[in-house]
Write a protein that binds this ligand. Structure first.
Ligand code: ADP
Length: 792
């Protein structure tokens, strides 16, 4: 805590109060502590040791009572300070009281004045005038001390010089120092100071010219300091008889001023030499400092020196109101900036793009001195950026065009493939038990392989174009993995390999995922494992891992083989599209190098990453970890078709009809023939109606009222969607099962089919088995006509 006496020194209003009233110093009365702290002069007037405090009980009013701590503040009264209760007189004073608070505490300040009240005079002896005078001069001294102001004089008649204590202290000389003009001047060491003071003193002595100088001097103890010294002359009969003056220690202020000046100089030189356009302006928007770049960037036809002091608006008379507003906001203290501002400077042929920032700068004494403006011409980089952006757009467009081309090509290839696959199926069936069966089987196999490749390319280009989407549904994970193994099992058996399943019992049965896509990944990995393994086995392993999230099931799925393995340096690159470990692979094993790339893309959609660990010659393990979500709904309530009731009703209507009629709407003749062939093989006693487009389909429907419609989507004249809508609007058409037959490459196609009122969905290339299932499902009561299961 700071001593109660100390804080008054920083409070000019209290100093003034004490100076005005406190002839004998002052007291600080800590009313909560009940203690009184006298100032130095006060202790002297009462014969106490400096800093000696005393209890408040010693403060008595004129009637001799202790002062109540709640005694009116800001009040003047007569009283005494009495240390010995037996000695009634004590020290009589006129008290002037004022209340102040400091650090949450309140104090009473009592200025001690002479007890000059007439009534009191009789009872209390007045302090001797000598003591008063002494005290006054002491007080002055104390104040001078505080302000570090000393006095001096020189009587020219007697030649005697006087220095006050403070003057001596400023010069750091002993108390018995004998001052004179010469001895005074010797403290000024530097040439500049010495010349100034000598000339000033001479002029004062000779002509009485007053001086007021700030000079650097060196004290008797060798300390360098700054003083302000003032000299004046006193005349008698127009003759100078005495010179006198004051000297003040201004070292602190001077140091501060010099630091400020050097700081300002640093700032200005920084501004001036900044390798950017910078300007420093004052509150009136006049230039204080600026960089050469400022002049260059703004093509100002003036020199830097000519610009200093000029108003910004005088230099740019056409400046917009918008800019003026921005400046005003900056001058009010706001920081404003823009990373890209396009404008057309007057007289320019093209736009300029600038980056700018305006921020206020503060005066050291507080307050905003003005603003600093930084600007950067970024026209060039802005233009480059635009060009790059444009180039990127072009690249993206051509990239998309490429993906689209790939997707279309694949689609185009799939259509004829449809025919090849379908007819080779039929051919193989027809040629059973003949020598040609083997050829038909080979055609069939090749066509299926080709279809797989085309499907891969299609998937890949879709993934590249970001158009691959997952259909997350509640699915049985174990079943999907088992299915994949089963599909590959025939290949494994032919090669004499064994596919094992190692399943963690901790994995919930039903999880949310896209079963088709996960199966695709598994088929790919198992297929690769089989392809690159000659001896040994393949293990599919499912392992549940710890997860921090409650609603998440982390499963590590791996496919491990005992095959040829992959060299370490190739382990990264095999994930790239169209890349195989080396070119000999293609020759030996075939393949397109797309499988892993697609698997990796599919897995990344599942928030997973395909990884490999492999040792050349020993085998490989491909693995990934999928964070599965748990299904939210009660699965027992799930039904395959939300419209079961409606469907049954629809079917009941048909029970009375005789002779099954199926309408096939298809514009491609090969596909039409194939479809007819399939239907005949699946259903007995059926008449197949044909329509080449949607328009025809409607009229055939109206005439024939078929039991089921197989509807192609993309057709000339009227497409499958519109035809469906039209048929549904007919009274007889509300319930007839309409099955979409589509290539299924367009996003949202399936949803759209359902939306327009179709009942189900059949993917091209149509395979007999799928068609059979669809017909069985939608022609329930005619099931007897559908031929029993037979191998094809
Ligand atoms: P593809 O098998 O059609 O060539 P993939 O993308 O499926 O394309 O595989 C890329 C390459 O990675 C393969 O050509 C082969 O060199 C290597 N590879 C993939 N799986 C295995 C494996 N189980 N064992 C050894 N090499 C493999």
């Amino acid at each position: 805590m700071i001593h109660p006496i100390a804080f008054i020194k920083n409070k000019p209003e209290l100093c003034a109060f004490v100076l005005e009233h406190g002839l004998f110093g002052f007291l600080i009365w800590d009313t909560s502590l009940g203690m009184v702290y006298p100032s130095e002069i006060a202790t002297k007037s009462m014969g106490l040791v400096p800093h000696q405090s005393f209890p408040a009980a010693c403060l008595l009013n004129h009637s001799g009572y202790n002062l109540d701590p709640k005694y009116k503040p800001n009040h003047s009264f007569f009283g005494r300070i009495c240390f010995d209760p037996n000695e009634s007189a004590g020290f009589p004073f006129h008290f002037h009281s004022i209340e102040v608070s400091e650090g949450g505490k309140s104090y009473r300040i009592l200025a001690l004045d002479a007890a000059l009240n007439k009534n009191e005079e009789n009872q209390i002896p007045i302090i001797q005038s000598e003591m008063e005078l002494k005290s006054v001069s002491r007080l002055l001294d104390q104040m001078a001390n505080l302000a570090k102001i000393g006095g001096w004089d020189l009587d020219l008649r007697t030649g005697k010089a006087n220095w006050t204590d403070v003057t001596k202290r400023i010069h750091e000389v002993e108390d018995d120092f004998n001052p004179s003009v010469e001895s005074g001047l010797q403290f000024y060491h530097s040439e500049e100071s010495r010349t100034k003071i000598t000339n000033a003193v001479n002029a004062l002595l000779e002509m009485g010219t007053e001086y007021d100088l700030e000079l650097e001097m060196v004290t008797a103890k060798g300390n360098q300091t700054w003083v302000r010294t003032i000299g004046r002359a006193e005349y008698e009969n127009e003759k100078i008889v005495k010179i006198y003056g004051i000297i003040q220690d201004i070292n602190d202020r001077k140091k501060w001023e010099m630091a400020l000046a050097s700081q300002t100089a640093i700032l200005w030189s920084f501004v001036e030499h900044a390798p950017a356009a910078v300007a420093m302006l004052d509150q009136e928007m006049r230039y204080i400092a600026l960089s050469q770049r400022w002049i260059e960037d703004y093509k100002i036809p003036l020199l830097k020196e000519e610009l200093i002091g000029k108003c910004h608006y005088e230099v740019f008379p056409n400046i917009s109101d918008e800019w003026k507003k921005i400046h005003t906001r900056g001058l009010a203290g706001e920081i404003l900036k823009s990373d890209e501002d396009i404008w057309r400077p007057p007289g320019w042929e093209k736009d300029q793009v600038i980056q700018w920032e305006i921020r206020p700068w503060n005066l050291l004494s507080g307050g905003i001195g003005g603003i600093l403006m930084f600007t950067r011409d970024i026209t060039e980089s802005y233009e480059t950026k635009l060009e790059l952006k444009h180039a990127k757009e072009v690249a993206e467009k051509s990239y998309n065009a490429k993906s689209e081309f790939l997707a279309n090509m694949s689609h185009e290839i799939r259509t004829p493939l449809n025919g090849i696959i379908g007819y080779s199926d039929l051919l193989a069936e027809t040629l059973v038990d003949t020598a040609f069966n083997e050829y038909a089987q080979i055609i069939k196999q090749s066509a299926h392989t080709l279809l797989n490749i085309v499907n891969d390319i299609l998937d890949f280009s879709k993934a590249e174009a970001g158009k691959l989407q997952l259909a997350e549904e509640p699915n049985d994970l174990k079943k999907v993995i088992l299915d994949s193994i089963r599909i590959m099992d025939i290949q494994a058996i032919t090669k004499g390999l064994d596919i094992r399943l190692d399943l963690d019992g901790n994995i919930p049965k039903t999880l949310m995922f896209d079963a088709n896509r996960l199966r695709q990944v598994m088929l790919n990995l198992i297929g690769n494992a089989l392809k690159f393994t000659e001896i040994g086995f393949i293990v599919c392993k499912l392992e549940r891992l710890e997860s921090t999230l409650e609603a998440e099931v982390l499963v590590r799925i791996s496919v491990k083989d005992t095959g040829i393995g992959i060299a370490l340096e190739n382990q990264k690159k095999i994930f790239d599209s169209f890349t195989q470990e080396d070119f000999s692979t293609t020759r030996k094993f075939g393949g397109t190098g797309l499988g892993l790339a697609i698997s990796r893309q599919l897995l990344s959609l599942m928030k997973s990453e395909l990884q490999v660990s492999s040792t050349l010659g020993q085998g490989s393990e491909f693995y990934f970890i999928i964070p599965f979500r748990l299904p939210e709904v009660d699965l027992n309530l799930k039904s395959d078709s939300p419209n079961v009731m409606e469907d049954l009703e629809g079917k009941e209507n048909k029970t009375n009809r005789s002779g099954l009629k199926i309408l096939v709407v298809e514009d491609n003749l090969v596909n039409m023939g194939l479809m007819k062939n399939f239907i005949k093989r699946i259903v007995t006693d059926v008449s197949i109606l044909e329509a080449e487009n949607g328009e025809e389909a409607i009229s055939v429907f109206q005439k024939e009222n078929p039991h089921l419609i197989l509807m192609d989507i993309q057709m000339p004249v009227k497409n499958g969607y519109d035809a469906t809508i039209a048929i549904r609007s007919l009274p007889a058409g509300t319930n007839v099962p309409i099955i979409a037959v589509t290539a299924g490459i367009i996003d949202g196609e399936k949803e759209k089919c359902f939306a327009v009122g179709m009942n189900d969905y059949l993917s091209k290339p149509v395979q007999k088995e799928n068609l059979k299932q669809i017909l069985r499902k939608w022609l329930l009561e005619e099931d007897s006509r559908i031929k029993p299961e037979q191998s094809s």
